[in-house]
Design a protein around this ligand. Structure first.
Ligand code: SF4
Ligand code: SF4
Length: 116
């Protein structure tokens, strides 16, 4: 596949994914300061969806990378969250309008986490 075809293919799928995300009203990632993450460009997350939680409200999609990945459009949202103790968590789904993520030494954490 040529580079142009690959770009067209990615653009097509990202616009379809954006439609789906808008339909399901996934909480958006407003900002993220983990600039060393492969999905981060200028403080904005460009992955499709992240998964949060386990032992703390950690972004499990974080990946240290020199190259910048993700889509051309901003579609990032919270797909799933295991932080049952957060007041925005309803049956392992995040119901916050949006979230912010911040780097804390060794991991990127959801700043919107609010203990019940
Ligand atoms: S750490 Fe998580 S929220 Fe931040 S850019 Fe990477 S994948 Fe997105
Ligand atoms: S706000 Fe709460 S429920 Fe939503 S992603 Fe953050 S920790 Fe999970």
């Amino acid at each position: 596949m040529t580079e142009i075809k690959k770009r067209e293919y990615r653009r097509h799928w990202h616009s379809r994914i954006t439609e789906v995300i808008n339909m399901v009203k996934m909480p958006r990632i407003k900002t993220c300061d983990a600039k060393m993450c492969g999905y981060n460009r200028d403080g904005i997350c460009y992955t499709i969806a992240i998964n949060v939680g386990a032992s703390g409200p950690r972004c499990n999609a974080f990946v240290q990378a020199d190259i910048k990945c993700g889509g051309d459009e901003i579609t990032s949202g919270v797909g799933a969250c295991k932080m049952k103790e957060c007041q925005y968590n309803d049956c392992l789904i995040c119901t916050a309008p949006d979230i912010s993520v911040k780097w804390h030494g060794i991991q990127a954490l959801c700043q919107t986490f609010t203990k019940r």
